[in-house]
Design a protein around this ligand. Structure first.
Ligand code: SF4
Length: 472
């Protein structure tokens, strides 16, 4: 169980965490807004992004086959994994076959989903994260708290202490440039020593068999070119039809994610090193992971979830995420996208509380660059959690249903559909409601975090009649 309702209140009482998130999210929101100053241009670009992703999903089976064929033409070995366990076994098998024991990793949320690092370590392979944020949380033994900025929950003082403890010869400094230089120095040797590089994929182009990877630190390029073996791991939904489709997504992703017009590096990987080339890996593998995505795909409404390009803008604007941070969600994908994706991947029996961790304010929907109707999907999942639909698209549907709740809503419906009963119940409630203690079992969930409202002693109809309105 995700226990969001237990973790969130703890996070809310952590002033450092609240401050770190508030400062970071305010900055990201301002930077993103500055990148889209013209509402009309934003709407047009966003509609293009949404259309590209919708088109890719509409043709997903065909595009995946085309991607596999083009990648093979290019010399990339393609593997299919239905589960994370299969994907882990495939990656480990490739590494073992190559005799690799040291791996350098670029940033990849799918490998977080697979818990690949644990699997590698348990099988004698040492993974080293090379993205600065991922490197920091690896040193700290933590999980990412954001899909784009994994260590956004930490401030420079916390990182200074961590580096002082964990990086030999670094010493204590709060100078950001010095901290970055210390990480760079520690990582340089790792790139050179690694037997293999593992990366994610932002977009996989079916037409050309190209793997597009964007990043700011150059670590992605080093991880995918310096070691003799490169393994790219991605979810099956990351495919796009052709190179033209990449352009609007590139115009949307960095601007939505970090408020940059474009990332420092845009890598387009189209195969292993050719005989006349001086660098690059001699073998490239692509692992395509399903892990429940096909099931999501089968439902016409829930399928929109798979449009996501993992920009994180929905998190940066979410009034819940920005206050409780990513670790409160427990799962790899936090915030609004996590609240719709995680229950579909993990099942509502295990993550059924996630869709409820939302005010349905629609802030995420307004900034999503590919127009995912997150609020509608949250409502759909809430419904599935208590009353599963025929499609059985979501594992664990109905697991949050209870007889008490069903009877409660049936009673509510009867009262509101029967005028005389509604009059009677409201008359009684406004007179005796104040006698109910805030700690009464029926009210506790509401009053535990809110002040109990005071009843006026008269119904609205009675108050209106007192003012001279005859409303019966
Ligand atoms: S749901 Fe939309 S806003 Fe959120 S990460 Fe995905 S693409 Fe970005």
């Amino acid at each position: 169980m995700s226990d969001f309702s237990k973790r969130a209140p703890i996070a809310l009482t952590d002033p450092t965490l609240r401050k770190n998130f508030r400062r970071a999210m305010d900055g990201l929101m301002a930077k993103r807004a500055a990148q889209f100053p013209d509402p009309e241009a934003w709407r047009t670009l966003r509609a293009r992004g949404a259309a590209v992703r919708a088109n890719a999903l509409a043709k997903l089976p065909e595009l995946l086959q085309r991607l596999e064929a083009r990648c093979r033409d290019n010399g990339i070995t393609v593997h299919w994994a239905e589960t994370t366990a299969e994907a882990n076994a495939i990656v480990l098998g490739i590494l073992k076959a190559a005799g690799a024991t040291k791996v350098i990793k670029g940033k990849s949320m799918v490998t977080e989903e697979m818990e690949l690092n644990h699997h590698l370590i348990a099988n004698g392979v040492t993974p080293m994260e090379s993205d600065l944020g991922e490197y920091i949380i690896q040193l700290a033994g933590e999980a990412p708290s954001h899909i784009v900025m994994p260590c956004i929950h930490k401030n420079k003082v916390e990182i200074a202490h961590l580096f002082d403890e964990r990086i030999e010869g670094c010493g204590y400094t709060e100078d950001v440039d010095a901290l970055t230089a210390a990480a760079r120095k520690a990582l340089r040797g790792e790139f050179a020593a690694a037997d293999a590089g593992i990366s994610g994929v932002n977009f996989a182009v079916a037409e050309t068999g190209t793997l597009v990877l964007i990043e700011n630190e150059g670590n992605g390029r080093l991880s995918t070119t310096l070691p003799p073996l490169h393994i790219a791991v991605t979810g099956i939904e990351k495919v796009v039809e052709n190179l033209d489709d990449v352009a609007p997504l590139l115009a949307l992703l960095p601007r939505s994610a970090t408020g940059q017009p474009i990332t420092t590096y845009v890598n387009m990987i189209s195969g292993p090193r050719k005989p006349d080339e001086k660098d690059g890996p001699t073998a490239v593998h692509l692992v395509l992971l399903d892990n429940g995505r096909s099931r999501v795909y089968d439902d016409a409404e829930l399928r929109d979830t798979l449009r996501c390009i993992r920009c994180g803008a929905c998190m940066n604007h979410c009034p819940v995420y920005t206050r409780v941070g990513g670790h409160s969600y427990k799962f790899v994908y936090p915030g609004p996208i996590g609240k719709i994706l995680t229950p579909q991947i993990e099942g509502l029996d295990c993550a059924g509380d996630q869709p409820h961790a939302s005010t349905l304010c629609n802030a995420c929907v307004e900034v999503c660059p590919v127009e995912i109707p997150i609020a509608d999907l949250l409502v759909r999942l809430r419904r599935e959690a208590v009353r599963p639909s025929q499609s059985a698209a979501v594992k664990g549907g109905g697991s949050r249903g209870s007889l008490a709740e069903t009877l409660g809503w049936a009673g509510w419906k009867l009262v509101y559909a029967t005028p005389w009963l509604h009059r009677l119940v409201t008359k009684v409630m406004v007179r005796v409601g104040n006698l109910m203690p805030a700690s009464a079992p029926l009210l506790k969930q509401w009053t535990g975090v809110r002040t109990k409202p005071r009843y006026q002693g008269k119904t609205l109809h009675e108050l209106a009649r007192d003012k001279g309105f005859d409303n019966e």
